[in-house]
Design a protein around this ligand. Structure first.
Ligand SMILES: Cc1cc2nc3c(=O)[nH]c(=O)nc-3n(C[C@H](O)[C@H](O)[C@H](O)COP(=O)(O)OP(=O)(O)OC[C@H]3O[C@@H](n4cnc5c(N)ncnc54)[C@H](O)[C@@H]3O)c2cc1C
Length: 374
């Protein structure tokens, strides 16, 4: 298994639990600062518009994360709730509500007046109504991914710090070469290299996975003010403005970020310094929607990267030139929450074979960008 981000870590974990011998390697370490899984926190919410498959997966994943954290005794999930801020006419949010009704996801539809009463710290501007997922919340991402690797190692997965080179040839892959000059042999291989996938497989994925630079900001809340922490504020997404945020968790600050795709980004060499323009745009949004944070100081900022497929669907497929090589990734800014289910799904395909859901296949990955899954 190459890559110990959330997808690789969970796949290794599931494979081991099925009794397989597993070697997990990572070039920079589990949940490292360059990895997409290396951020402080990630939202786990059920809403996916009409894309029911991701709602089903998120429902299953939430239970699996909770069971895992209970078992290891680490509270790395915060049930903050998650609030969709919808414009008056919002087909995507209406579709989310229909899927929730069909699948039995707990939710509350809140009118503008109810929103204002419940969240007086928000200035709703053009927001028409809201959809609250009370059971959803936030995963402490870096620590959660690292905990999965630690637990996998406890179960018997072997971990090695190695950077793997692009496999050469075709047919049956026998061994991988590492940058340190060694070789790693296995019966089957899986690459969960996140935003590095187009570098590991340039010919195959250069035009199918597009890593983009994303800026994240943590603002300081006023002293003694609980309005921006749970239970007073849930995670939220303002669809009209394409901004999302996470309340002040573990006193790290109020997190806000723009969800629009940024510039192309190289996860190895990219400098992780935010831009003055990005900070200014985020500050202006925060001042508009959360007036009490108008002058909030910036406490921390991060540059991470999304690894986008053309439309946001995951990639889970065999490498077309190697019969025993799998490729998984394309988390596209929404993959973290699904880690346990992606790992379960891939481990089952690796062990038992069987058809892969068509929308995850390589052939479904267009070279033309048209974002559809959020
Ligand atoms: C700012 C931001 C906000 C996000 N918000 C959310 C959210 O709220 N909710 C959500 O569900 N998702 C969110 N996501 C998306 C989510 O974080 C990613 O989809 C997910 O973490 C991807 O995991 P991964 O395992 O595919 O990749 P990664 O975590 O990047 O892991 C890949 C690993 O492969 C290793 N690797 C790469 N190349 C090699 C090699 N040649 N040899 C050995 N090792 C190698 C790397 O070192 C790395 O550790 C967000 C992402 C970002 C950037």
């Amino acid at each position: 298994m190459v890559g110990a981000g959330v997808f690789g870590a969970w796949t290794a974990h599931h494979l081991k639990r099925q009794g397989k011998k597993v070697l997990l390697v990572d070039a920079y370490g589990p949940g490292n600062s360059r990895a997409s899984s290396g951020g402080e926190s990630r939202v786990i919410r059920m809403g996916y518009g009409a894309d029911e498959i991701y709602t089903r997966w998120a429902m299953r994943a939430l239970g699996m994360w909770q069971d895992f954290f209970d078992r290891i005794g680490q509270p790395l999930f915060h049930r903050t709730g998650f609030l969709w801020l919808a414009r008056e006419r919002s087909p995507q949010d209406e579709a989310t509500q229909s899927v929730f009704e069909m699948l039995g996801v707990p939710f509350e539809r809140l009118s503008r007046a109810e929103l204002e009463k419940r969240y007086p710290q928000i200035n709703f501007g053009p927001v028409g109504w809201g959809l609250l997922e009370p059971e959803s919340g936030v995963l402490m991402a870096r620590r959660a991914a690292q905990a999965v690797v630690r637990d996998a190692v406890k179960l018997g997965v072997e971990f090695a710090s190695e950077a793997v080179s692009t496999p050469k040839g075709r047919g049956r892959l026998v061994a991988l070469r590492t940058e340190s000059g060694g070789t790693l042999s296995a019966e089957k291989f899986a690459f969960a290299c996140g935003p590095w996938l187009p570098k590991v497989f340039p010919e195959l994925l250069r035009d199918r996975i597009f890593p983009t630079r994303q800026e994240v900001f943590f603002f300081g809340v006023p002293a003694g003010d609980q309005r921006f922490a749970p239970p007073h504020l849930p995670g939220w997404f303002d669809r009209g403005e394409e901004f999302y945020g996470i309340p002040d968790l573990e006193s790290r600050g109020f997190k806000a970020a723009c969800d629009r795709h940024g510039a192309p980004f190289d996860p190895d060499t990219g400098e992780r310094v935010v831009t003055a323009e990005g900070l200014e745009e985020t500050r202006q949004f925060v001042a508009r929607r959360f007036p009490a944070l108008k002058d909030a100081p910036l406490l921390e900022a991060r540059v991470c990267q999304y690894e986008n497929t053309s439309n946001g669907d995951f990639l889970i497929d065999r490498h077309p030139e190697f019969e025993n090589v799998w490729v998984v990734g394309g988390g596209s800014g929404h993959g973290f929450k699904h880690g346990p289910v992606v790992g379960e799904y891939l481990a089952a395909r690796i062990i038992e074979g069987g058809a892969v859901e068509p929308r995850f296949l390589l052939e479904a990955k267009s070279k033309t960008k048209s974002r559809a899954v959020y």
